[in-house]
Each structure stands twice: as C-alpha cells, then as structure tokens.
Design a protein around this ligand. Structure first.
Ligand code: SAM
Length: 231
C-alpha cells in the first residue's frame, strides 16, 4: 500500500507532467566536462591524449544539424579506461563514423585487437579507416546486427572493454547486454552510451543489478555513460 506521503509525491509528479513545458520536464543532468578532463589536472599520472585526438572533433560537427557521434568526453573517458586497464581486447558495438573507435584504437598497442561491429557496411568502413590511422593494433570489422550470432561467434571472449552504442530500444539493449556481457573478462568493463537521455536504455542497463557495480556519468549533451564492472 502506498503511504499518504507517497501518494502526494506521485500527485505532484502527475501535476508537473501536465503543466510543465516539455523542455523542462525532460531536462536531464549534464556535465560541464567528462571524467577524464575533471580528473586530469588532479592526477598527473593519468594518461595524456595523443595531440591529434586532443584536437579531434566529431566528424559531422558543423556539417549536420544532429551530431550522432559520441561527445568527446565519452571517447576520452573510454580511452583513459582502456589505457589504465592495459586493455588488449576492446569492442565497440555501433561505430557510426568512428569518432570513439579512433580513441579506443589509440589506447591499444601493437599486440591489441579492436573489434568494430555495425549493421552499416559504410559506417564500418569509415570507422575502421579512422581507427587504423591511430594504432598499430589489429582492427577487425564485423558487419551485422549487434546480437547476430554470426557476429558474436567471431569476437573472442576475455574482452577488457566493450562499448555498446548501437540499438537504443530497451528490448534491444537488454538483448545486447545478454549477448555481450559474457564476452567481458572478470575485472573488465562494459560501457553503455545514452543511459540518461534515453530512458529505455537506462532501464535496460539497471534491470540486472546482480551483474555487478555500475557507475553512471552525466555528459555534456546529457546522453550519459554507464560503466558496468564485472566482478
Ligand atoms: C549512435 S551511433 C554510434 C556512435 C559511435 N559509437 C560514437 O561513439 O561516435 C549508432 C550506430 O549503431 C549502428 N546500429 C544501430 N542499430 C544497430 C544494431 N542493432 N546492430 C548493429 N549496429 C547498429 C548504426 O548503424 C550507427 O552506426
């Protein structure tokens, strides 16, 4: 049974939903910088971004109204996680134009493997090309849906870092998590983009608290990045 206080609280939520302008209702938390930029001045040992990446902007910025590539701080946070974790096997599912792929690639050494997955062949080509420029690691292209068994069969397990940024429906992300979580090694990290501004993605990520600790970071565009660590 809900308490009287609980009912009053819900009543206020309904009133807000009916009276507030949508922009205010749908407001999501935003950060003025990413985890990497926030910590770097305080932690001198944090890995520095290569100069060409420090200056990199999303490829479509200034050319398209909607910027679909991840915010720079998302790519930089993932770069830092990969470097600090001495990652050798990294996966990005949903690559678009390869803005994040090039950061992940730069974090890997010559003995590293970067696996890129996308259902768009042209996106995959562009992302792999951008990644290859910044790394001596092997870049593997996997053309297909994020949960396609053929794709999954060609990506080995024991991954240090998996970044999910493809399907953005609740059902789709649940399926992606079921498919990709077993690929993450113990101690490794699975990161999911858009967990704040796309409610279904957030619900999918938080549906299984038994998977391990999670940390959600607000981002400058409000999309949000959730990190899940496998214990
Ligand atoms: C938001 S963009 C990815 C942005 C990129 N991760 C970045 O950081 O810049 C989404 C990408 O996922 C791909 N995609 C969407 N649904 C997919 C699915 N079910 N399986 C594989 N790729 C998918 C799209 O073709 C697109 O390239």
């Amino acid at each position: 049974m809900p308490t009287v206080r609980g009912l009053i609280f819900r009543g206020k939520l309904v009133r807000e939903a009916l009276t507030l302008p949508f922009a205010r209702l749908a407001a999501v938390p935003r950060s003025s910088c990413g985890l990497f930029e926030f910590l770097a001045p305080a932690l001198p040992d944090l890995p520095r971004l290569p100069a060409h990446l420090a200056a990199a902007t999303q490829p479509e910025l200034g050319h398209q109204v909607v910027v679909e590539s991840s915010e720079p701080e998302v790519a930089r946070t993932l770069y830092a996680l990969a470097v600090l974790g001495l990652a050798r096997r990294v996966v990005e599912v949903g690559v678009f134009r390869g803005f994040t792929s090039q950061h992940l690639a730069a974090a890997l050494g010559a003995d590293g493997d970067l696996h890129l997955v996308d259902l768009s062949a042209s996106a995959l080509e562009e992302a792999a090309g951008r990644a290859a420029v910044t790394t001596a690691a092997r870049v593997h292209k996997h053309h297909g849906r994020s949960t396609d068994p053929t794709v999954l069969a060609t990506v080995p397990g024991g991954c240090d870092l998996v970044f999910l940024d493809a399907d953005h429906t609740e059902r789709g992300v649940r399926a992606e998590l079921d498919a990709w979580w077993p690929k993450v090694r113990v101690g490794g990290i699975l990161a999911v983009h858009d967990t704040v501004n796309v409610p279904g993605v957030g619900r999918a990520v938080h549906a299984r608290p038994d998977r391990g600790p999670t940390l959600t970071l607000a981002t400058s565009r409000g999309s949000g990045l959730t990190l899940l660590r496998k214990t």
